[in-house]
Design a protein around this ligand. Structure first.
Ligand SMILES: [Zn+2]
Length: 119
């Protein structure tokens, strides 16, 4: 019976630490959302890792729900002018997307790695 060379790394750990989906030690991202070509620790080829539009779709759904709920709560509690809604929600949307995009991209790449056969 063959033991795997690397212990299984949780996709959530990969997403949170932005690390390699195989070894859990190398860097997953070269820059903000640019995936490295190879892991600098285990040399895993990440050229074909592609999350597509999946992270953006998930974030649109999550942020859309949160922003609409916040706008309704803000309107019911304080009834501020429209410029307050636009200002607050722009900051919430941009900050939320900036924080969540690398997480969900890492999660999708890790799930893609985990569910593919071989390697
Ligand atoms: Zn690695």
């Amino acid at each position: 019976m063959n033991r795997p060379l690397y212990p299984a790394v949780s996709p959530f750990r990969v997403a949170l630490r932005k690390c390699c989906p195989r070894c859990g030690k190398g860097k997953l991202f070269q820059r903000f959302l640019k995936i490295s070509l190879r892991c600098d620790h285990c040399n895993l080829n990440l050229e074909n890792a592609d999350s597509g539009d999946g992270p953006a779709v998930i974030i649109i759904l999550i942020l859309g729900f949160l922003v609409v709920a916040q706008m309704m709560a803000l309107e019911l509690a304080y009834a501020p002018p429209m410029w307050v809604h636009i200002s607050v929600m722009t900051v919430v949307c941009l900050t939320g997307a900036y924080i969540m995009l690398p997480f969900f991209k890492g999660l999708m790449v890790a799930l893609q790695y985990r569910t593919q056969s071989g390697d």
